[in-house]
Design a binder for this molecule. Structure first.
Ligand code: ZN
Length: 229
């Protein structure tokens, strides 16, 4: 379907488009119809759209797991294991001690029903140290909506574009991964969480047209999905 963008939505669309060349260097390469694509794999899960509430099975492109010629574009679901190779492209939050569990916010995925992109998922891995890269087994893959700073407690790493809600990366042509990640690392953990949650709420209001108060499951627990929808 065609997505009609006006006002803030259009601005955001332009910004995100202008960021894509940087993203192609740093992390995920988006496939374009008919064009050759870089190597990546997918994390596959069942997600619920933030806006239209439609549930669907979606694929999240990632370089977090080994992505070589023999497994490029392979789908990984809960229970599947692969070498963990890409944490360096993610933004650190709760310190990770190299042991299980490892919690990474991955993204993003687009709703096929209403077209809303920029949606996130929380991936929990069991990690087994071996010689070379550790082996990560996907144990859980669920919707992730950081309404409050507290929702980021327990997250070890976040996708760079979720972290960018912090405002610590310049937007558009001034975007620079290295400058932003330096700013990110320099901020206390609590401030990183606060900034991401504040940026996410603003994006939800201005772009997605969803407010925290309107969430059916909004409550003192920060709006986590209670599964009662
Ligand atoms: Zn939707």
């Amino acid at each position: 379907m065609t997505l009609h963008l006006t006002g803030p939505a259009l601005r955001f669309f332009e910004i995100s488009r202008s960021l894509q060349p940087a993203r192609q260097v740093n992390a995920v390469v988006r496939p374009q119809e008919g064009a050759p694509v870089g190597l990546f794999v997918h994390l596959v899960g069942n997600f619920e759209c933030l806006r239209c509430r439609r549930k669907s099975t979606d694929r999240i492109q990632t370089k977090l797991l080994r992505h070589e010629a023999d497994n490029s574009c392979r789908d990984y679901r809960v229970g599947d294991a692969e070498e963990l190779v890409g944490l360096g492209d993610y933004c650190p939050l709760d310190p990770w001690d190299d042991r299980s569990p490892l919690v990474v916010v991955v993204g993003e995925w687009d709703c096929r029903n209403c077209g809303l992109g920029w949606q996130w998922a929380k991936a929990t891995f069991e990690v087994r140290p071996v010689a070379g890269d550790p082996i990560a087994t996907l144990r859980e893959l669920v919707d992730f909506r950081p309404w409050q700073a507290a929702d980021l407690v327990g997250v070890n790493f976040a996708d760079e574009w979720l972290a960018a809600f912090s405002g610590l990366w310049a937007s558009g042509a001034k975007y620079n991964w290295f400058e932003g990640i330096e700013q990110w690392r320099a901020r206390p953990l609590a401030e990183r969480r606060e900034r991401v949650a504040a940026g996410f709420r603003q994006w939800c209001r201005e772009i997605a047209g969803v407010s925290h108060e309107a969430e059916p499951n909004a409550s003192a627990d920060g709006g986590r999905d209670s599964g009662s929808s």
